[in-house]
Design a protein around this ligand. Structure first.
Ligand code: NAP
Ligand code: GLV
Length: 310
C-alpha cells in the first residue's frame, strides 16, 4: 500500500506531518497545493481547511481526514458527499484541552480573575477560598473532549454537570439533554464550559435566552467555536451582571480584530485559539489507522455523520 496524501493547513507543519507519517508508512506520496502531480491519483485529503479551488480535482479521493477535532471549518456542505469525512481524536489534543479547562476553572474557583483586577488597583482584599465541592461546573458537550474534561474536574472534586444530544450515564456527573435540560443545568452552575461542535443546531447557543437561565454571577468558558456565541449578548449579560466573567478561546472572526470590545474588557480574557493542540507525533497514529481503513474501503474511525454535522 502506497497512500497518496494531499495536505492542507495554515496551522500545522507539513514537515512534521510528513515525518510523523513516515513512522507509519514505508512508502507514501505527500503533496500540498501547488505541487500535486496527477490529482486524480490522490487517495487522502489530510486537511485543516479546504484549499482554494476545493477538493473537486481529486476525483478518486477515498477519505477526507480533518486535522482538527472540529470539522465546521471544512464546511461539510461543500465536500463531496460520497467521500467519508473523519474528525481527529488525538491524546495530545485531549490532554491540552483538559489542561486548559482545569486552568480556566481554577482561575475562577480561586478568584484569580478578581485578584487580577484588584491588583491593578493596588487593592488588598481578602476573598476566602472555597472547596471544589462547592463549585459547580457545567459542560455543554460530552463527547471525546467534554467527557474527559468532566472526568478530570470531577476528579478534582468539583460538582460536574453535563449536557449532550443523546442521554449519557456518567459516574458522579449529573447529565441533561434537550433545551429544557440545558436551561435547568445552567441554572445550577457557577462555571459553564462550552465544548460543542458547531452545527446548525448549536450555532449561537450561547445567547441572551440561555444567559437568562444562568445563575447570577456565573462564569463562561468558550472552548468550542466563536459562532457558538452571540457576542453582543455576552457583553449585555456582563453589563447586567448575569455573567460575571468570560474566558474566550475562540472568536467569530479569528484573530479577533484590534478594535473589538472583547480586547481590554475588564471581565473578558481572550486566548488565541490555543485550548487544544494536536501533535503529529501522537495524532499520526489515528490518522495512519484511518488511512489504512480508507485504502481498504472500511468505515473510518470517528467518521462524521454529515446529517448531524459532527
Ligand atoms: P464529539 O466527540 O463529536 O462530541 C460532541 C458532543 O457534543 C457530544 O456529546 C454530542 O452529543 C454533543 N452535541 C452535539 N450536538 C449537540 C446538540 N445539538 N445538543 C446537545 N449536545 C450536542 O466532539 P469533540 O471531539 O468532543 O470536540 C468538540 C468540539 O470542541 C469540536 O467540534 C470543536 O468545536 C471544539 N474544539 C476546540 C478546540 C480549541 O482549541 N478551542 C480544540 C479541539 C476541539 P452526543 O454525545 O449525544 O452525540
Ligand atoms: C481545534 O479547534 C480543533 O477543532 O481541533
Amino acid at each position: 500500500m502506497k497512500p497518496n496524501i494531499f495536505f492542507n493547513s495554515n496551522l500545522d507543519s507539513p514537515e512534521e506531518w510528513r515525518a510523523a507519517l513516515a513512522m507509519h508508512f514505508g512508502d507514501f506520496k505527500f503533496s500540498m497545493a501547488g505541487d500535486t502531480e496527477n490529482p486524480e491519483n490522490v487517495d487522502i485529503a489530510l486537511v485543516w481547511t479546504i484549499p482554494d479551488g476545493g477538493l473537486e480535482r481529486f476525483i478518486n479521493l477515498r477519505a477526507i481526514l480533518s486535522l482538527g477535532a472540529g470539522v465546521n471549518q471544512l464546511d461539510p456542505t461543500r465536500l463531496p458527499a460520497h467521500v467519508p469525512l473523519a474528525r481527529l481524536v488525538d491524546p495530545s489534543l485531549t490532554r491540552t484541552m483538559v489542561d486548559y479547562a482545569k486552568t480556566a476553572v481554577y482561575r475562577y474557583h480561586r478568584r484569580f480573575h478578581e485578584f487580577e483586577r484588584l491588583s491593578r488597583h493596588s487593592e488588598w482584599k481578602f476573598i476566602p477560598p472555597t472547596l471544589t465541592r462547592d463549585t459547580s461546573v457545567a459542560l455543554l458537550g460530552l463527547g471525546e473532549l467534554g467527557r474527559e474534561i468532566a472526568g478530570a474536574l470531577r476528579h478534582e472534586g468539583f460538582k460536574v454537570l453535563g449536557w449532550s444530544r443523546t442521554p449519557k450515564q456518567l459516574n458522579n456527573i449529573q447529565t441533561f439533554t434537550g433545551r429544557d435540560g440545558l436551561a435547568s443545568m445552567v441554572a445550577e452552575s457557577d462555571i459553564i464550559i462550552n465544548v460543542l461542535p458547531l452545527t446548525d443546531d448549536t450555532r449561537h447557543i450561547l445567547r441572551r435566552e440561555l444567559f437568562s437561565h444562568c445563575r447570577r454571577g456565573a462564569c463562561l468558558i468558550n472552548m468550542g467555536r466563536g459562532l457558538h456565541l452571540v457576542e453582543a449578548d455576552l457583553l449585555e449579560a456582563i453589563d447586567d451582571r448575569i455573567i460575571a466573567d468570560a474566558t474566550l478561546d475562540v472568536g467569530t472572526v479569528e484573530p479577533i480584530p484590534p478594535a473589538h470590545p472583547f480586547w481590554n474588557h475588564p471581565h473578558i480574557l481572550v486566548t488565541p485559539h490555543v485550548a487544544g493542540l494536536s501533535m503529529p507525533e501522537t495524532a499520526s497514529k489515528a490518522i495512519a489507522e484511518n488511512i489504512r481503513k480508507a485504502m481498504a474501503g472500511e468505515r473510518l474511525l470517528h467518521q462524521v455523520d454529515l446529517g448531524r454535522g459532527y
